[in-house]
Design a protein around this ligand. Structure first.
Ligand SMILES: *Cc1c(COP(=O)(O)O)cnc(C)c1O
Length: 860
């Protein structure tokens, strides 16, 4: 029989147990082991059957069981305490409130920060992520919650999530999309006061519309709003729009991004209206996918505050932060101009946002750009006054990639900074490590960055014993997963006896797991299969490898790489030492990192923007063996692991050859010998030193708490303040800035540094001397207040190119006829060597945040 209707009947909890409901609905359980223990203590077997998901567990309890629990005073007491613990966590002042209270930073603190992301990886139970970008977003929310930073997350609800990966007999990736029933998830539907589900709506091409419901998940203190297009008022294709993460290309992807950006802002307004939550002070786009949020906000301001497009753009930019996540061109969303025209032109035009204005925002107006393309990252940069990459190296690479948007400026001045990613310790550090740290470093050990210094107090034999236990966990987990996978691939149980011999908890264990785009080079290690086999099978000092990764469903190249790897691991002589585990996800990752001694990463530099898996491994006492890319380029210090040298300037094949060979060399000559070099007590002394050093020095840096503090200080607070400033007096400063920009742009072609005089330069200048500079400029009708005139001083190359530039400002002193002005100032010779200086003029306005912001400069 098939049901004709579905209904969801929820458990009614006895009063004494009612806190269980809040504990199950708030996703804090995903990083709060005591809450999980509480649910497990009800019935360990049922708990396992419910895949360790609190809400499923509650649904699985019968009224009799609930009555029994409600009659158990000790349990009721634990429930009450756990409930109180959660209430305290949600309401007590945390870092952000303490900072605000201390008032250390002038200018006030924002009340809400909107964080837009196409994916969120919070728990394996909610598969709304495909890889690093989503995991990072999840960690961002969790750390924001722990720190009390008032973020609200905005995303889409993908009923079929990202796919589940299996392998067929030939080792070819198979995808399946289990459907999530949102009623079974820790989600609540936003409803109007009369109880009907609230709906947001967008115009679509050809008189069409797209409606969506909004689900709220609660991630500790942080609400996460997820838009869901599976609404009856939509036609069938629109109902499926949010079905899958990165499911379709073309229009589906564009419409998903319209829903995320435009719909996301509407969902925020709805959220404020229904709950009284404050409107966000800042809007943070986690990658370009959510860029349309800025366009919607421009439209709101044009309609609601009577601003012109340019004025609204200036206002929106002030309070927008854009984070770029990839230097891989294929990772950046680009739509056809005609596709955008179809969705944003004619009847579908957003009020106040003329199509040509919109197209300008995403236009690739630089050398090599494609005029038929609308680029979401470029739009992100145009909509966000503050922008960053996700590691120091990635910041640098991004400045190079996008410098064409700021012509006339050196790469170093391109206004894209960097904040290096981090990982949420509560989610990623194994409990065994937490317990050990708590025992010797204090209860706050891994949450308070300062306690890492105390890692030397942890006895090394205990570290080693803990690592072995975690290897054991991984061995057990691997065998279970592998057995299941081999059954799916067609083996019978009788053929699977060998799986009991797979992996060994006393062998050096190397992990490699990540998505499988080409640049990550899954199969680099297979370059010389015999050499790898010899390393794995060494009779005295063997090595074992655990590998995992999903290829995008449309990526056959990636699937071929997986197949090549799986075939290698199928070899009977090797299969006990090298394993490919299907369906890499958060649950697997949480076992994998702790069980590894070495975390391997061999991307093609510089395509790994940051990478975070190695950070998670490091926090669990693993050492990194990696190409100097992303975060590792920044924090490898010679003692915390190994750097695989990059072979620049050769063709790709040769490069793979050289880098693979360097990888084998490192394994054979350094990694393996160090691991197996033990003292009388059987402890690998040097290895343990390296672990302690890693935890002590990398520990505090790789924490997502550090990252969220950095975002708050460097981007959120300044953006909030800039946003308030432009909003005052009915957006007076946004209007003023837009007017100034127009004036300055028009006049700029006639702005010139005409003549420069220097006084006080001796024949052989010495450090500490001061040069007095007089500069005569033609300002083409601009007033001296419209420009900032600078002396730029730095190292001079043989061709007079300046690097390591410092600037100081010249002040206007005299005006002459014909719009000419003199500016004076001083240049202090603070450095020695071959130096040079020049004078330049830049646009000036109090609402500009960076010298290069408008891309205008007049050099002497
Ligand atoms: C951490 C993590 C990633 C991202 O790791 P990278 O090092 O950025 O590749 C991807 N998937 C899962 C399941 C993770 O936990």
């Amino acid at each position: 029989m098939k049901a004709i209707r579905r209904l969801h009947v929820r458990t009614v909890l006895p009063d004494a147990l009612s806190p269980l409901h809040d504990l199950a609905l708030n996703l804090r359980w995903s990083w709060h082991p005591p809450t999980l223990d509480l649910f497990e203590s009800i019935d360990a077997q049922k708990w396992a059957e419910c895949r360790r998901e609190p809400l499923a567990m509650l649904s699985a309890l019968t009224p009799d069981e609930l009555d029994r629990l409600a009659g158990d005073p000790a349990f009721v007491q634990r429930v009450r305490e756990a409930g109180e613990g959660l209430t305290r966590y949600l309401s007590e002042p945390r870092w952000y409130q303490q900072e605000a209270q201390a008032g250390g930073e002038a200018g006030g603190f924002g009340q809400a920060y909107a964080y837009f992301s196409p994916e969120f990886g919070i728990t394996a139970a909610l598969p709304q992520y495909s890889g690093g970008l989503g995991i990072l977003a999840g960690d961002h929310l969790k750390s924001a919650s722990d720190l009390g930073v008032p973020i609200v997350g905005i995303g889409l609800f993908y009923k079929s999530g990202y796919f589940r990966q299996r392998l067929n007999a030939e080792g070819w990736q198979q995808e399946s999309y289990p459907v999530l029933d949102p009623d079974d998830q820790p989600l609540a539907l936003l409803r109007e006061e009369d109880g009907t589900p609230a709906v947001i709506s967008l115009a679509m091409p050809g008189e069409g519309h797209l409606d969506a419901h909004v689900w709220r998940a609660q991630v500790g203190r942080v609400p996460l709003l997820l838009l869901d297009s599976d609404v009856e008022s939509n036609d069938a294709s629109k109902r499926d729009l949010t079905d899958r993460l990165y499911g379709g290309g073309g229009d589906q992807r564009l419409q998903q991004e319209m829903l995320l950006g435009i719909g996301g802002v509407r969902a925020l307004r709805l959220w404020s209206r229904l709950t009284g939550a404050p409107e966000p002070d800042v809007y943070h786009m986690n990658e370009g996918h959510a860029g349309f949020q800025g366009v919607e906000r421009i439209s709101e301001l044009v309609s609601g505050a009577d601003l012109s497009f340019e004025e609204a753009l200036r206002a929106v930019r002030a309070s927008t932060v854009f984070t770029t996540h990839t230097p891989v061109p294929a990772g950046i969303d680009r739509f056809g101009v005609n596709q955008i025209s179809q969705h944003f032109g004619g009847a579908a035009e957003l009020p106040g946002v003329a199509l040509d204005k919109l197209l300008e925002l995403g236009a690739e107006t630089y050398e090599g750009g494609d005029s038929g393309v609308f680029n979401m990252a470029v739009m992100g940069l145009r909509l966000g006054q503050r922008a960053n990459g996700v590691s120091v190296l990635h910041g640098e690479v991004s400045r190079g990639m996008f410098k064409g948007l700021w012509p006339g400026f050196d790469e170093a001045e391109v206004p894209i900074g960097s904040i290096t990613n981090g990982v949420h310790a509560g989610t990623w550090v194994d409990r065994k490590v937490f317990d050990l740290a708590a025992e010797f470093m204090g209860p706050e050990a891994l949450t308070d960055g300062t306690a890492f210094e105390k890692v030397s107090q942890v006895p090394v034999d205990r570290i080693w014993a803990t690592k072995r236990e975690m290897r054991e966990q991984l061995v057990a987990e691997t065998r279970t997963r592998l057995r299941k996978s081999m059954r799916t691939r067609g083996s019978t149980s009788a053929e699977l006896g060998w799986i009991d011999e797979v992996l060994d908890p006393d062998i050096l264990t190397i992990g490699f797991a990540r998505r499988v785009p080409t640049y990550k080079r899954l199969t680099l290690m297979l370059r010389d299969p015999e050499r790898l086999a010899k390393i794995l099978l060494d009779p005295d000092r063997p090595v074992q490898l655990v590998i995992a990764g999903k290829a995008h469903p449309a990526d056959d190249t990636g699937k071929r790489l997986i197949q090549e790897m799986v075939r290698f691991t199928d070899d009977h002589k090797l299969r006990h030492r090298i394993v490919f585990l299907p369906n890499y996800d958060i649950a697997m990752a949480q076992r994998l990192y702790p069980g590894c001694d070495v975390w391997l990463n061999n991307p093609l530099r510089p395509f790994e923007a940051c990478g975070t898996s190695g950070m998670k491994a490091a926090l669990n006492g693993a050492l990194n063996l990696s190409i100097l890319d992303g975060w590792w380029d920044e924090w490898f210090d010679g003692e915390n692991g190994w750097a695989i040298p990059t072979a620049d300037g050769v063709d790709d094949d040769r490069r793979d050859e050289l880098e693979a060979s360097a990888l084998y060399d490192l394994l054979e000559n350094s990694v393996v010998p160090t691991f197996y070099d033990t003292d009388e007590a059987g402890l690998p002394t040097r290895w343990l030193e390296m672990i302690q050093h890693t935890l002590g020095t990398l520990g505090p840096k790789v924490m997502a708490d550090r990252m969220v503090r950095d975002y708050t200080r460097a981007l959120y607070l300044p953006a909030a303040r800039a946003g308030w400033a432009v909003r005052e007096n009915n957006y007076a400063r946004a209007r003023d800035l837009a007017g100034a920009v127009e004036r300055i742009r028009a006049a700029w072609p006639s702005v010139r540094v005409e003549h420069v005089e220097a006084e006080g330069v001796s024949d052989s200048p010495q450090i500490g001397e001061t040069v007095r500079v007089h500069a005569y400029l033609a300002l083409g009708g601009l007033s001296p207040e419209d420009v900032s005139v600078q002396v730029a001083f730095g190292r001079a190359s043989e061709t007079d190119e300046l690097t390591e530039v410092e600037t100081s400002t010249l002040e206007p002193v005299e005006s002459y006829d014909n719009g000419r002005h003199r500016f004076d100032g001083e240049l202090e010779l603070t450095r020695t060597g071959s130096l040079g200086w020049t004078v330049r003029a830049l646009p000036a306005h109090p609402q500009l945040a960076a010298d290069a912001e408008l891309g205008l400069v007049a050099n002497a």
